[in-house]
Design a protein around this ligand. Structure first.
Ligand code: MUC
Ligand code: MG
Length: 383
């Protein structure tokens, strides 16, 4: 069989883009994002873009921007050069043979591959991913300035602009009692106007979660993301069983592979999966995790690693193809950054992200912006 879309060249670079304000999570505070941007050229001249963003170097999980870039240049790109770009699953298998794990790095390469092939065919990526089922999704914003007044000001503005009415609060850095006080103040300020969620990013042990989550629910929180360590499936299971009639428990760091998804489904250890293209190792593998959710009557949420508009648009194409049991999405990454890499962002109307059409991921990359933030050119120190 002759190859229709031979892969000719793959390049990866790290960008450093400041955030509009410090973003505080349980494990630290960030003031910039360092996405790895991949360009993949096919022999026909088409170029696709992919992105892997993580948060705070290797502190969200094991992968760091520097490690992602190295895995791509040293191992993943050589495994794919000369191969048929249209055979996505074969490309994933070759990457798996060349390199264990490294899901973020693989996701950026697969993203660029799908973009390049979709552009060659003049098709939107969603058409190669199963077809579009949603035109828009409710879009959450994360309140993570660490300051109640500033958080309330941000929420107020976004409500007025009709951009967001789902607000996720990042907790777990301070004492649980301080977190409950912070969340309760925000909940009082937004009463009746917003849906409230929290993300603990693994900071609590099981007994802390059992003690303090009911207080957050009393304050008005309805969705609780990753309250305990990623290995702590037993605690997730207990929380799901005991709090389930009042709020939903969402797994994030615990659910990466389809096997993780099976384990959680069998244990009935959560109500919702936060889906993220990076941690699942690509768009196709995100669909596999979503399929387990569907089969197990588990809902899905369109998660983010705070990508620019490149990774966010790719995620949006994938999310647009998934089933109806969803809790909206949080593809707000571009808005948290001082500037973007595309000529036009995805639109937000009536509190919903308008899911893009093609060709490819439907966004045009501004090369001047890529060069402006390129670490190799600016020489910025790492996070
Ligand atoms: C995470 O763990 O969900 C997503 C939104 C946000 O503010 O941080 C990320 C990471
Ligand atoms: Mg999370």
């Amino acid at each position: 069989m002759t190859s229709r879309f031979p892969i000719e060249r793959i390049e990866a670079r790290i960008l450093d883009i400041p955030t509009i304000r410090p973003h505080k999570l349980s494990f630290g505070s960030i003031s910039r994002q360092s996405p790895v941007i991949v360009q993949l050229w096919l022999a026909n001249g088409a170029c696709g873009f992919g992105e892997a963003a993580t948060i705070g170097g290797p502190s969200w999980n094991e992968e760091s921007p520097e490690g992602i870039q190295h895995a791509i240049s040293a191992y993943l790109a050589p495994a794919l050069l000369g191969q048929d770009g249209a055979c996505f699953e074969t490309a994933l298998t070759r990457m798996d043979l060349a390199c264990k794990g490294n899901a973020f790095a693989k996701s950026a390469v697969e993203m660029a591959l799908i973009d390049a092939v979709a552009r060659s065919l003049s098709l939107p990526a969603w058409q190669l991913l199963g077809g579009k089922r949603h035109q828009s999704l409710p879009l959450a914003w994360t309140l993570a300035s660490g300051d109640v007044d500033r958080d309330l000001e941000e929420a107020q503005l976004r409500l007025e602009q009709k951009r967001h009415r789902i607000f996720k609060m990042k907790i777990g850095a301070r004492s649980p009692a301080q977190d409950v006080a912070h969340v309760s103040q925000i909940a009082r300020g937004l009463a009746g106007r917003a849906t409230l969620t929290v993300d603990v990013n693994q900071a609590w042990d099981g007994s802390t979660a059992r003690r303090y989550l009911p207080q957050l629910i009393d304050a008005g929180v309805t969705l609780i993301e990753q309250p305990v360590a990623r290995w702590n499936v037993e605690a997730l299971k207990t929380l799901t069983a005991t709090l389930g009639n009042r709020a939903s428990i969402m797994a994030d760091e615990t659910v990466c592979t389809p096997q993780d998804a099976m384990l959680l489904a069998r244990a009935q250890a959560c109500h919702v999966f936060s889906l993220k293209v990076a941690k699942h190792g690509g768009l196709l593998r995100t669909r596999q995790v979503a399929a387990v959710a569907d089969a197990a009557d588990i809902g899905w949420y369109g998660g983010t690693m705070l990508e620019t508009s490149i990774g966010s648009a790719a995620s949006a194409h994938l999310f647009s193809t998934l089933g109806t049991q969803h809790h909206g999405c949080e593809l707000f990454g571009p808005q948290l950054l001082v500037d973007d890499l595309v000529t036009e962002r995805m639109a937000i109307r009536d509190f919903e992200l308008q899911l893009p059409d093609g060709p490819g991921f439907g966004v045009e990359v501004d090369m001047a912006q890529l060069n402006r933030f390129d670490r190799a050119r600016t020489g910025q120190a790492q996070v």
